[in-house]
Design a protein around this ligand. Structure first.
Ligand code: FAD
Length: 549
């Protein structure tokens, strides 16, 4: 009979415990959790704070009694594992209620201790009213601050959790300021895709301060004063620190397990640490990126749950392997949604990996059917074989579906030619006969096959002298409403008649609103002997880069 001790009873730990029980009825399984709750809905906390989730009990996805009764798991809450003795194969326990110390032996140990929110070492960071959000206790404190009448909140960090809470607090009626060190919100996204989210925050009255950071916190009567590096001061009732997390690796380090340079516990693809009897999963571990195979740490619930299951499989003798993390993530910010999977452009640039990219801006379902919402979809792929490396989207309805499809395409190592052939659901309320995923495939495949040469909008963001003639093929009205500096206007429907206006010795860059008329213009000009390229995603992509939508 195997004895398994699991440290941490939420996403990864609870998954490992229940999988282990389903595989082996005879195993002794002990689940140890420092906090009062196991298996709670971390991801739901922003929505409880703002009042969208009203029943706190619903945040407890599985209570200890369920794991005890249905799964015969020895659940010990309010108990901390304080050390590991790898030679004796025991863990030391500290009961946080009684203060009692004890020890527990194991055949296999699974660590799922998660990650701690970073508290930057700033003056005043420990003042009351400065919160992090990791567990239900943190959530209750923030919620009670609102119930006591907090009217203004400052969120430090415009990542996924920061923006979810910003949205939620705004719904609740609290005025919100978000401070972000980088020049964009949602740093994992490429900046042009993040710009519409920034606009959405502003449109809902959120004050957004980018490229600035907190220098210090001070008490200001019953409130707090947040002073920024720029000198700006904000009077606020509560602060949420959302500047990232650090793997909770204390136990692992103390036990001499290998950790990576950013602190993640090193694991192999069976989720086994440098000690063959100790497995580790979730936010605490370093795994590898699915696309680049490089080490990575991505604190997301999906990977934590899957890794918990894989660790249990291996402990129970089933050879399961983790395939790597894609970083598939999504966030709703008021009526906008942003999502990504695989590599971003900024990561590929940083890693010096060559790539090509395209943009499309299709409607999420047939344009003639009421309620169609436009999205921007960016796909990154390899030049040599078209393999999809990453995708990002921003829009409203239907963003989740396209990024999920593309996440599977990445997992299956598909190419943009496979996206052309993807047969996806279609009826007018749901999609189009040419789904946005197909459209992205067509545009990318045409690029790689030389059928549709493309240019990047970035080239024209700053006014400059260009060798090429820039031709705006939209209508005069669209042109008058805004165009790229130096462009001439020849609407696509007049192009064949007005070819004489274009010097055949000069290259031509064409563009339209989203890329479609530009594609037709490109085909016309190519077949008349011009060297021509179409701006991918057209004037819309140009506007996204400039933050004007
Ligand atoms: P956790 O779920 O954090 O569990 C670790 C547990 O271990 C903790 O309860 C801790 O008390 C316990 N523990 C630590 N050390 C010890 C010890 N020595 N002894 C005993 N117990 C110990 N991910 C998404 O994919 N989508 C989302 O929308 C999303 N939203 C989120 C929103 C918020 C506000 C937060 C905080 C996280 C969100 N996440 C989201 C991230 C997701 O919750 C985590 O990736 C996931 O919970 C990690 O699982 P884990 O098992 O590694 O750690």
């Amino acid at each position: 009979m195997k004895k398994i001790v699991i440290v941490g009873g939420v996403a990864g730990g609870a998954s490992a415990a229940t999988r282990a029980r389903r595989l082996d009825e005879s195993a002794e399984i002990v689940l140890i959790e420092r906090g009062p709750d196991i298996s709670f809905a971390n991801c739901g906390m922003p929505y409880y704070i703002g009042g969208e989730i009203t029943n706190r009990d619903k945040m407890l996805v599985a209570k200890p009694e369920l794991l005890r009764n249905r799964f015969n798991i020895d659940v010990r809450v309010r108990t901390e594992v304080t050390s590991i003795d790898r030679t004796a194969k025991t863990v030391q326990l500290h009961n946080l209620l009684t203060g009692k110390e004890s020890s527990e032996s194991y055949d296999y140990l699974i660590l799922s201790p998660g990650a701690s929110p970073i508290r930057p070492p700033l003056p005043g960071v420990d003042l009351p009213g400065i919160h992090v959000l990791r567990n239900l206790g943190d959530m209750d404190q923030i919620r009670s601050k609102l119930d006591q009448g907090a009217t203004h909140a400052t969120i430090v960090g415009a990542g996924f959790i920061g923006l979810e809470v910003a949205e939620s607090l705004t719904h609740h009626g609290t005025k919100v300021t978000v401070v972000e060190l980088q020049s964009q919100v949602l740093p994992p996204l490429d900046s042009e895709l993040a710009n519409p989210i920034a606009q959405e925050l502003l449109a809902h009255g959120v004050e957004l301060i980018l490229s600035d950071s907190v220098a210090r916190f001070d008490s200001a009567g019953s409130r707090l004063k947040v002073t920024l590096a720029s000198g700006k001061a904000i009077e606020t009732d509560l602060v949420l620190l959302g500047v990232g997390v650090r793997p909770d690796n204390g136990l692992a380090v103390q036990a001499g397990l290998e950790v990576g340079p950013r602190g993640g516990i090193k694991t192999n693809s069976q989720m086994q640490t440098s000690d063959p009897f100790i497995y580790a999963v979730g936010d605490a571990v370093e795994t590898f990126d699915f696309v680049t195979h490089e080490p990575t740490q991505v604190p997301l619930a999906g990977p934590a749950n899957r890794q918990g299951r894989i660790a249990a499989d291996n402990v129970m003798g089933i050879k399961s392997s983790y395939r790597g993390t894609q970083g598939t993530a999504i966030v709703r910010v008021f009526s906008k949604v942003a999502a990504l999977t695989g590599q971003s452009e900024k990561n590929l640039v940083r890693a010096k990996k060559p790539f090509r990219k395209i943009y499309v801006h299709p409607a999420h379902h047939a344009g003639y059917y009421p309620g169609a919402e436009q999205m921007t979809l960016k796909v990154l792929f390899r030049e040599e074989d078209g393999r999809v490396l990453g995708a990002q989207a921003v829009g409203g309805a239907g963003v989740d579906k396209r990024i999920d499809v593309l996440a599977m395409a990445i997992q299956a190592k598909m190419t943009v030619f496979d996206l052309e052939e993807a047969e996806l659901c279609y009826a007018p309320p749901f999609g189009s006969a040419k789904d946005p995923v197909n459209m992205a495939g067509f545009v990318a495949a045409n690029l790689l096959q030389g059928v549709h040469p493309q240019q990047l909008a970035e080239k024209y963001l700053a006014p400059a002298e260009h060798e090429e003639i820039i031709v705006d093929v939209r209508t005069p009205k669209e042109f008058d409403e805004g165009h790229i500096a130096g462009a001439v206007n020849i609407p696509v429907d007049e192009l064949r008649k007005r070819l004489s206006e274009l010097d055949p010795k000069r290259p031509v860059t064409v563009y339209c609103q989203v890329g479609q008329r530009g594609y037709i213009a490109t085909r016309i000009l190519l077949q008349h002997g011009y060297r021509v390229a179409n701006i991918s995603g057209g004037y819309k992509t140009y506007g996204l880069h400039l933050g004007k939508m």
